[in-house]
Design a protein around this ligand. Sequence first.
Ligand SMILES: [Zn+2]
Length: 317
Amino acid sequence: MMHRRGESGNMIDGNGGNRDSCPVCTARQIVPFLSVAAHSLVRCLGCGVVFLNPLPTEDVSHAFTAEHYNPERVTRQFLGREAEKREEFGRRLSWIDAFGPPTREILDVGCGPGFFLDEARKRGWDACGSEISPASVAHARTHLGLQVSDTPIQHMPFPEATFGAITFWDSLEHFRDPLGVLRAVERMLVPGGVLAVVTPNVSSLIARLCGPNWGWLKPPDHLFLFDPGSLAKILALAGFQLLEMTSKGGDATHLYQVIVRLGAPLGIPASFFMHPVLRRPSHFSCQVIHAAAAPARYLLGRALMGPLIYAVARRTT
Ligand SMILES: [Zn+2]
């Protein structure tokens, strides 16, 4: 069997690009996880990470083709929820500050139109970002006057020990080589610098209930899906010391996903639930559902089974 080396140094099966070892921990125990449309997702029994097999052969920027991912549409959606996003990013900045980052330089990887960086700048950070969506880069530069690069993060020429904090908000799952990316950014942090990650939780209750209909599977947009165990493992392999891991999130749109999933066996088409009001978390009815579900969200979060994983880690050397 022919093999070649992947970015992280592990082996890739020469047959059709399918890997017979884990791109994160190199274990040769890969089992089928789910099939979604024409895509196969597999799980590594060594570290628990779920990934698309085969992975795209091109760099991450080329994996985002217009056929599968429309950055301009995503940017429009993001811009439509600006106030909500800024509020959440303010909370995340307070969260990062609680870990005492050693300097006030921050890099946001996959920064979108720049709301997080703008909020960081207001709080005294020297902020810059990386982003592959041309529409988002244009918005961040033109409307917000931010320093945002469209160069893939692995190729950005930052010297060693540049940043006091680096963030990945819903971006780590998009990279073809997440371990290589984390190793690259580990060097960009000053010793004691803080890495913060938010990523979908593939072992969340909602992911288990929805199966192949879970909204965050999104192949081939999401290439890797983590759970608390696999995220802790990849952070350790990249040289980080894990400081905190929690799970949070969940709004009416998540409940909606479950209803769609449960309605399918009863012959109720998903379109039945596609009312625009139900799709908008800021709507009053969604806010009521959100409030009513607060105790359940709290308990799921404590059990690390909430929809999103929040992790903070530190560069130790
Ligand atoms: Zn693994």
